[in-house]
Write a protein that binds this ligand. Sequence first.
Ligand code: SAM
Length: 237
Amino acid sequence: MSRASLDKQPREVAAMFDGVARPYDRTNTIPSFGQDRSWRKAVRRALALQPGERCLDLAAGTGVSTAELARSGAYLVGLDISLGMLQVGHRTRPAVRLLAGDGLALPFADASFDAVTISFGLRNIVDTRAALAEMARVTRPGGRLVVSEFSAPVQPAFRRVYLEYLMRALPAVARRVSSNPEAYVYLAESIRAWPDQPALAAIIGESGWTQVGWRNLTGGIVALHRAVRRSPSAEQI
Ligand SMILES: C[S@@+](CC[C@H](N)C(=O)[O-])C[C@H]1O[C@@H](n2cnc3c(N)ncnc32)[C@H](O)[C@@H]1O
């Protein structure tokens, strides 16, 4: 597979998601084996948001991740770069606050949030470290981060079967059910190229966050990485 399609610019990423926006909520379950609802609940539990807290859901897309988090009673803002995804979200989830913006230049003041989170979006942002640093900037010192992302299954035999599914079966299924199968080829490639659990933890630790840890879901198909916003004084040491 060519790596070229992974070198997408923000405008190209936005255009790709504009193209899958309408069927997104329906086809979401294909790459996740129908597990996406339980993964979203796990993110809500990991964040442990309290009513009155402020939380940013970056790369919120149609707001499906934001809506689950809003059940906590906290103040949620979802932000995404794809107007197509946001339009679907505004229509299908009018109660969810969704804004347009780029994760690499967030339209918020420093330390505006108690928590920030990103579900299945960090892999899509062209500069992972810059996105994590920008998320740290808008989080108050001591505030929490939860990253939910496809990861590396830990059991070797399961990992081989899963990679086979990703590279062969998923694009084939997508050709039947999706008007934009190219997006699923990109999905499969980008999951394969993504850092595994310890590698992503190291990147998070180098991008303004401390106390980094993770938990595997569904045998490591997904990992939830958690971290705490480093205090600015610690950065000077
Ligand atoms: C797979 S969707 C995830 C949507 C949602 N969080 C969920 O859990 O289903 C990834 C999203 O990342 C968004 N995205 C990619 N690059 C971005 C950027 N630079 N800033 C904000 N959003 C971005 C895409 O537009 C897309 O909606």
